[in-house]
Every structure is written in C-alpha cells, then in structure tokens.
Design a protein around this ligand. Sequence first.
Ligand code: ADP
Ligand code: MG
Length: 234
Amino acid sequence: MNHEKKDSVSKSAIQIQHVSKTFYQGDVAFPVLNDISFEISEKKLVTLMGPSGSGKSTLLNILSAIESADSGQINVFGNKLSGASENELTHYRRKTIGIVFQFFHLFPYLSAIDNVSLPLYLSGTSKTIAVAKAKEALSLVGLSHRKDFTPKEMSGGEKQRVSIARAIIHQPKLILADEPTGNLDSGSSEMVMQLFSRCVRELDISVFLVTHNEMIGESGDINLRMLDGKILTK
Ligand code: ADP
Ligand code: MG
C-alpha cells in the first residue's frame, strides 16, 4: 500500500552542501563560491542566471568534476564528488553526466556521426555499437539527414544539436550546459531549449544550464539566480 506513495517521491539529482571555492593569483585570494547549499530533485530543467564573474561556470565545472571545491559536499545521483578518486571521477564523467559547451567543442573535420560516436568508442564501446547509438542520438535531435556532414558545413544550431546528441549518447542522468545558446540566433536557441525539454520529459535526463537570456532563465522547472558566489533564495 505504501508503494504508490514511495514511488511518487522524487529522488535527489544534485545535493550541494556548504561548497566554497577560492582562486588565488599570487597571494591575492578571489573567493568565487561562498558557502553554497541547494538541492535539486531528478527530472528537472534547471536554469542558472547571474552577472559575469558571479561564479556560474565555476559551479558548473565543479558539477562536471573538471574542478574541485575547496570545501563542502557534492552529491550527484549518489556520486560523492568530494573526496572521490580519479577513477571514480572518470567513471562519473563517462556514465552520469553529459556536457554541452557554448562553442560546441566538435572536431571540425570529422562527420557528425564520428563526432557523436567517438567518445563512446574511446571509452571502450565497440565501433559498431557506438555508430549505431550515434545514429539513434542524431535521429533524436532531428539530424539523421546531416550525419555525414562536418561541423564546418553546419549552422550554429545544427552544431549545438550534434553536441547534444554527443552528450546524450551514453544515456546520462544529468546534462550540464554552460551558456549552450550563447552563440545561437533566437530560432536555434528555441530549438535547443525544446531538445533539452524533451531530454527531461521523454528521456528522464535532468538538465542544468547556465544562461544570460532572461526568457530562458525563466523557463526552467527551477530557475536559480547567482550573485557574488551565492545562490539567491527567492
Ligand atoms: P561566471 O561564469 O559567472 O562569469 P566564473 O565562475 O567563470 O563566473 O568566474 C568567477 C570568478 O572567478 C571570476 O572573477 C573569474 O575571473 C575567476 N576565475 C575563474 N576561473 C579562475 C581561475 N582558474 N583562476 C583564477 N580566477 C578564476
Ligand atoms: Mg561563465
């Protein structure tokens, strides 16, 4: 009898407790994240806005396990990032998360299908399976017809859809995206946001994205604001 209730309780995707980070230039300290705590439940589209220099990218890089926090606890879908070994972090990056960049980070001379399949192939999946999954992912982002084209032959919006295909090919639990529409026209931005929305609704992937666009920054299930290394509470 209790099952129904239990199942309806949503699980935690991101738990951040008392996270701080300071950068040093010589002896001068630049505190960037200042005792941040928040929790996000799974299957949410989360947006994060804030002025330049407020610490958004640093927070995203810590969630991506590209940078480490100085103190505090970070737990993403049961992965404790603070104190994790390099092996555990590699596993986390390969299995749990997918990353989407503002400037795509695609190989300009490789076809879309090669760009999407390469990370999977390099992490040990057979070429046949990696290519089959890449075809599926490209079809999901509506680019089957462009699979043999290179990024050099694509629009910004198409390139970002290729990089979303690359980010979801291994069925991650969380997509982390730093200003993914920052370099796109409004039509392409809308298409990219629709894709992120589908990731959440249809693929059960949580999305956490940084944006400077007010409209996008209001469009998430959860819309966070950052100022001077702190998440503002509404
Ligand atoms: P945002 O993404 O909100 O613009 P960032 O997280 O990139 O902010 O940066 C926050 C502050 O930290 C900025 O003042 C930036 O100059 C500084 N910063 C970021 N990365 C480094 C670094 N590797 N070394 C020193 N300072 C850094
Ligand atoms: Mg930034």
